[in-house]
Design a protein around this ligand. Structure first.
Ligand SMILES: [Zn+2]
Length: 386
């Protein structure tokens, strides 16, 4: 951390432009933790910025984890940047009511932000309780993830794990914000749409620190439409190399399509790869939850029976209870209905379904299942063309 008090209670912060020499001078005095009052050391290592650390590793309510150089440097840069934005900034303030010490707080007119630059691991429970604590103390929490945790796997595709998904939830499913002190840039992932469990589409916006303003980091991000050419490449990738490592839920879909329609796994219909925005509520791959719906639709249509939206939603809930579809967010039930509705809307748009009455669907008459790999590719292009 950067802050300490001396014996007279004067606060000092090393985050400005303290040289090693100046910091070494400070070593001649005794410094104490502003939160727990225990004595601190000044660390002047070659690797890290000058900073304070507790002499004895004891439980301090203000200190959640040892700090890396990456975290210290990022916090220092964000501190200076927020000041340059004209905010009243506090570095590592201890919020007594919350019993928490966020990295930074910034006030600017009516907005009171608490900014956390999170680089270390963090459990979902601590994230939720820290978020609630900051809110109760009257701050709007802004979580910025260390960009070392940002992994791009292909154009527009990223590896997102449970670590990221928990921040997505506290951000009200809007976007994920990253910061890299080495590149001095923010990275914002938006329009996040999972394909496989750990492989998600997202739009990426890079904002260099010197061009960034406050609303870039704290405003809700509008959802943009998925870049379909990128999405289609992921579908093509599935068709060429699927089936190597299958999760249980994917294995079941493979078996069901083969048994009921004699469709081999790489030839799953285009209709089970629809990029719908609320699809992130499911942890199962996109073709799993949509595959179960597709099978149900096909079954009813053979009988010429219509289906209601509520029936489709019930069907998905049934699969969830049987653990054939895995959920990512158990506590956001309404998102299931939203995802299914978006799915039905897309199928209507592609003329696979017809909405005969409000939220009642019939199969469209002129549908023909692709017979060859080439016909399937054409259908993918039709579905996922810009
Ligand atoms: Zn302390």
């Amino acid at each position: 951390m950067f802050s300490a008090v001396n014996a007279d209670g004067r606060l000092i912060q090393l985050a400005g432009n303290y040289s090693k020499e100046k910091a070494a001078e400070l070593r001649k005095k005794r410094w104490f933790c502003p939160v727990c009052k225990s004595e601190l050391d000044i660390k002047l290592g070659r690797e890290k910025l000058p900073h304070f650390a507790h002499k004895k590793s004891r439980l301090c309510p203000g200190e959640s984890e040892p700090e890396s150089e990456y975290h210290l440097e990022g916090k220092r840069q964000l501190f200076l940047w927020l000041k340059a934005q004209g905010c009243t900034v506090s570095l590592e303030p201890y919020l007594t009511s919350a019993g928490q010490r966020p990295d930074l707080t910034a006030e600017n007119g009516k907005e009171r932000l608490a900014i956390e630059f999170q680089c270390a691991n963090l459990s979902a429970d601590s994230l939720k309780s820290r978020t609630a604590g900051l809110k109760n103390a009257g701050y709007r929490p802004v979580w910025i993830i260390g960009a070392k945790r940002l992994k791009r796997l292909a154009a527009h595709f990223f590896r997102l794990s449970a670590y990221h998904w928990q921040f997505f939830e506290v951000n009200s499913f809007s976007a994920l914000m990253f910061y890299c002190p080495d590149a001095r840039s923010f990275y914002k992932l938006h329009s996040i749409t999972p394909f496989y469990t750990g492989y998600s589409y997202a739009g990426l916006t890079t904002i260099p620190l010197h061009k960034a303003n406050l609303k870039d980091i704290c405003h809700r991000e509008e959802r943009h439409s998925v870049k379909l050419s990128s999405w289609r490449r992921a579908v093509a990738g599935f068709r060429t190399k699927s089936g190597r490592f299958l999760s249980e839920d994917a294995g079941l879909i493979r078996r069901l399509f083969y048994e009921r329609h004699q469709v081999a796994f790489p030839f799953l219909p285009s209709e089970v790869f629809i990029p719908v925005s609320a699809g992130f509520v499911f942890a199962s791959p996109v073709f799993v939850w949509q595959g179960h719906l597709y099978l149900r639709l096909a079954e009813l249509f053979e009988k010429g029976a219509p289906i209601r939206l509520s029936g489709m939603i019930q069907n998905v809930r049934h699969n969830i209870r049987r653990q054939e579809i895995r959920m990512r967010y158990d506590s956001h039930e309404h998102l299931i209905g939203m995802a299914v509705k978006q799915y039905a809307d897309f199928l209507c748009l592609q003329d696979f379904l017809r909405e005969t009455e409000n939220e009642v669907y019939m199969p469209s008459s002129q549908q023909k299942r692709p017979q060859t790999a080439e016909e399937l590719r054409q259908r993918d292009r039709l579905f996922f063309g810009e």
